[in-house]
Design a binder for this molecule. Structure first.
Ligand code: FUB
Length: 345
């Protein structure tokens, strides 16, 4: 089935979609043309605020824009780059968890709270203690526990935090040097002048998962790596085009935990399945082939008995990577219940 462009009036991306009170709410990033040049660290993504959209008929109904729900000017600790966010409900309050750069240039995760899914959201004064990197997805399990999945390599800075010792022993070399043979690019080192590479055969860097405190304002434990393994139980390798890059999403289907993500520089959306929120997750396949535009980012949600893939592409902006448009299409499953690989048309 052809995908629907959700909101032609503006450029938005990275949709995190949740059902609250029987209505579907989309929490995207809000793209605009800041004039910054394209770079490998995502310096062209200079988003400053968040909107929320809602609807009750996914493929045909009217999409309501509830306006700005949080602006970077309101967040004491955040300087710029309001990237992906997600919202979870607990005891009638709504918690928006978002990623932004602090004044030292580090990505952190922050929380803002509202009494309604439409906002406005009141930000906490400080970022979540011990938080780092980008692209939070907040998932409430059936027992009420709330988990946050997050992380991204390259511009998402995950390579600055991972235990880059054995078995990685990463190769660090000046930006200007040619890439080492068979090595996988992990992105800039913190000095932004040196590039880090995983040697051939090294495992891929992982996203992280952490259980949130009861008040949903802090991490309740040290974040744990989200391990994605192949059918033999071996971790996916750093040079595998299906390895994790960014855009974590978690949904639960028939009692199984589906961890899906973007592969970044190979431009796929992929998924892996596990038996509990921490994993490990066994790699299953590609959900979406590459779209027009460098990034691909999504969420998966069931609404009124149908599963949907929300995502974005750059067709309406004629392939301007930092001007993305929201899309949605129904997900199809094969006879074994596996997600059929889709193309966004
Ligand atoms: O929107 C900025 C970044 O682009 C997101 O954090 C990534 O997932 C990619 O979509």
């Amino acid at each position: 089935m052809k995908a629907r462009y959700l909101f032609p009036n503006d450029y938005m991306a990275d949709p995190s979609v949740n059902v609250f009170n029987g209505r579907l709410y989309v929490y995207p990033s809000h793209d605009w043309d800041s004039g910054e040049c394209f770079d490998d660290d995502g310096g062209h993504f200079q988003m400053r605020d968040y909107h929320v959209l809602s609807m009750d008929d996914v493929m045909d109904g009217e999409v309501t824009d509830h306006g700005v729900i949080l602006d970077v000017e309101q967040v004491p600790w955040a300087e710029k780059q309001m990237w992906d966010n997600d919202v979870v409900e607990k005891n009638g309050k709504y918690y928006l968890i978002f990623s932004a750069k602090d004044y030292s240039g580090m990505f952190r995760l922050g929380v803002a709270v509202s009494d309604t899914p439409e906002g406005p959201f009141r930000p906490e004064e400080h970022p979540i203690r011990g938080s780092f990197s980008i692209d939070p997805c907040v998932f409430k399990d059936d027992d009420g526990e709330i988990y946050c999945y997050f992380g991204g390599i390259w511009g998402g800075q995950l390579q600055w935090r991972a235990p880059l010792a054995a078995p990685y022993a990463p190769i660090a070399q000046p930006d200007s040097a040619p890439a080492p043979a068979d090595a996988a690019d992990l992105g800039h080192a913190p000095d932004k002048k040196t590039e880090l590479f995983a040697p051939a055969g090294a495992p891929a860097l992982s996203s992280y998962v952490v259980r949130m405190t009861d008040d949903v304002l802090q991490f309740n434990e040290a974040p744990r790596p989200v391990l994605i393994v192949d059918e033999n139980g071996e971790p996916l390798k750093a040079d595998d085009p299906h390895r994790f890059f960014e855009a974590s999403w978690m949904h639960k289907q028939n009692g199984k935990y589906y961890f899906s993500y973007s592969t970044g520089d190979s431009h796929y959306l992929c998924y892996a399945v596990g038996d509990n929120p921490y994993g490990p997750f066994t790699y299953q396949g590609v959900i979406l082939d590459p779209v027009v535009g460098w990034t691909t980012h999504h969420s998966i949600v069931e609404y009124k008995g149908q599963w949907y893939l929300f995502h974005h592409d750059c067709v309406p902006s004629n392939d301007i990577t930092w001007l993305r448009s929201l899309k949605v299409m129904p997900i199809e499953f094969d006879e074994n219940g596996k997600i059929k690989t889709m193309k966004s048309e």
